[in-house]
Design a protein. Structure first.
Length: 230
């Protein structure tokens, strides 16, 4: 008997994104398992996260500590392999909550935050992986360490502060060709022997995969448009 129920939109979109990842990896002669999909669930309810979890998606991204705290601790008992990335600008006064909550913090971008995270990790006895966010376009309105300061900052985070820096993250300028920015980030990561490259979002992740992304951050292409503020 045919099933006339409408397809779950999140399941459908996830399948489409996974197919596009596989195709992009084939073009780049890469193993699809070398690319981790981070499903960006910011502003979407816990029910949307649960729908994605039911489709086998286990890695999620959130911008704000407070929002992540409202969704994810309650989900972890049923999904112990769930992994949470904090991808938004992080205030120093939220460092301890971030360390307690996240598995990966992708927005390490200034010395004061490096100190706050070091102290928070010592207090919490927990070490989430860290990514340095590089402002590859040197845009004044955008978070991220400036390109000219990035190499020294990466060394300081690792050698002076002993932080578990695993890689780099960037968000290219909205109107620019993203490829030069992805190339710049990949070259910087290679100089420092960092294995993780978080780059590429819904509109440009295929280009990021071609340039070596290990993690892509996809939100609207999975969860749909963000709900309007109340």
């Amino acid at each position: 008997m045919p099933n006339d129920l409408p397809a779950d939109p999140i399941a459908t979109r996830l399948a489409q994104i996974r197919a596009r990842i596989a195709e992009a990896c084939a073009r780049a002669k890469r193993d699809p398992t070398s690319v981790t999909l981070v499903a960006v669930s910011k502003t979407h309810p816990a029910a949307a996260v649960e729908a994605a979890l039911g489709c086998g998606q286990l890695v999620f991204g959130e911008n704000r500590v407070q929002e992540a705290e409202a969704k994810f601790p309650a989900l972890r008992p049923a999904w112990p392999t769930l992994r949470l990335h904090l991808i938004g600008a992080l205030q120093t006064n939220k460092a301890r909550e971030a360390v307690r909550l996240a598995d990966v913090i992708e927005s390490l971008d200034r010395p004061k935050l490096a100190l706050a995270l070091r102290e928070a990790m010592a207090r919490e006895g927990r070490q989430p992986r860290l990514l340095v966010q590089v402002n590859t376009g040197d845009e004044p309105q955008k978070a991220g360490i400036a390109r000219a300061e990035a190499d020294a900052f990466i060394r300081a985070c690792r050698e002076e502060h002993g932080l578990p820096v695993a890689g780099l993250m960037c968000i290219p300028p909205a109107e620019a060709d993203p490829r030069p920015h992805f190339c710049l980030l990949a070259e910087m990561a290679a100089r420092h022997g960092l294995p993780v490259l978080s780059m590429g979002m819904s509109g440009d992740f295929e280009a990021a995969i071609a340039e070596g992304a290990t993690h892509i951050r996809v939100g609207t292409a999975i969860f749909g448009g963000r709900p309007a503020p109340a």
